[in-house]
Design a protein around this ligand. Structure first.
Ligand SMILES: Nc1ncnc2c1ncn2[C@@H]1O[C@H](COP(=O)(O)OP(=O)(O)OP(=O)(O)O)[C@@H](O)[C@H]1O
Length: 267
């Protein structure tokens, strides 16, 4: 048993929006250098979980701790400092449309401060090349890029500050199978370059198989009995197909495999 402290801990977390309960009594410890894939059907609360970790959402009940510190007790200033240690690749890459690639990737470095323009240029160039883009994309505007390129710029931006924690929200959605694999490889490469704790929300079984050290499957609260836990599976990716809970096997065999086949067969 490891005595390491979790990087992120959700304790009895409940999130409600009006009368809708999205998460209820969720307990989750994310350990240093975990690559945790969060799966589950649309609307079960995966993105909400990521937003809780960066403090973009507050739980209705319970608490979220980062390295043992409850987020709700941090000042705005401390929360901002903490967010600089977290890289977030949003679903739509969420680039600033009015900034070119260079300025998008440089954004966090400038926000953090303490870097010379020469430092910023060198770091931006390094990250752009790291995600497999040529330096010639730096002056381009996001509108001039393909979806896969935008994702990679988003990844370069998220990695600019050497984050301790990387959060990926459906990093491969909308990409062709080859680009999906490129992103999977970049996730692996990021992990091998430096110690990083990653949480990946994904529908792609290939990403789960290739990248996850641990998988958590969430189930929509509205479809559970009141005495059931919302995390139906918590274990290695290799155990999913033989999971005790039939709903986990069904999800993997049904939805995920269909999607994988679709991707494989795509022209
Ligand atoms: N800010 C908000 N206000 C109101 N409802 C919200 C808000 N954020 C999320 N929800 C609701 O919470 C539920 C879970 O949303 P979430 O985005 O976490 O789902 P998800 O599991 O990530 O789904 P998907 O796989 O489709 O991205 C949804 O019903 C959504 O409409």
């Amino acid at each position: 048993m490891s005595d390491a402290e979790p990087v992120v801990r959700l304790r009895n977390v409940t999130v409600q929006f009006g009368t809708q309960t999205v998460l209820q009594d969720v307990d989750l410890d994310i350990m240093p250098q975990d690559t945790l894939c969060v799966i589950g059907e649309s609307g079960c609360g995966k993105t909400v979980l990521l937003k809780l970790i960066v403090g973009l959402l507050q739980p209705t009940e319970g608490e979220v701790l980062f390295e043992g510190k409850p987020l709700h007790k941090l000042s705005e200033r401390d929360l901002t400092q903490l967010r600089l240690r977290i890289g977030f690749l949003f679903q739509q890459a969420a680039l600033f449309d009015s900034l070119n690639v260079f300025d998008n990737v440089a954004f966090g470095l400038r926000a953090k401060g303490g870097f010379t323009e020469a430092d910023i240029s060198a770091r931006v160039r390094e990250r752009v090349l790291e995600v497999g883009l040529p330096a010639s994309v730096e002056p381009k505007m996001p509108a001039e890029l393909s979806g896969g390129m935008r994702k990679r710029v988003g990844l370069a931006r998220a990695l600019a500050l050497d984050p301790d924690v990387m959060l990926y929200d459906e990093p491969t959605t909308g990409l062709d199978p080859i680009m999906t694999d490129v992103i999977n490889e970049l996730i692996l490469q990021t992990r091998s370059r430096r110690p990083v704790t990653s949480v990946i929300v994904t529908h792609e079984l290939r990403t789960v198989e290739k990248c996850a050290s641990r998988v958590v499957m969430l189930y929509p609260r509205s479809r559970l009995r009141s005495d059931e836990k919302q995390i139906l599976y918590d274990g290695p990716p290799t155990g999913l197909a033989q999971a005790e809970d039939a709903r986990v096997r069904q999800f993997i065999q049904g939805e995920a495999r269909d999607r994988l086949t679709e991707l494989r067969d795509a022209p």
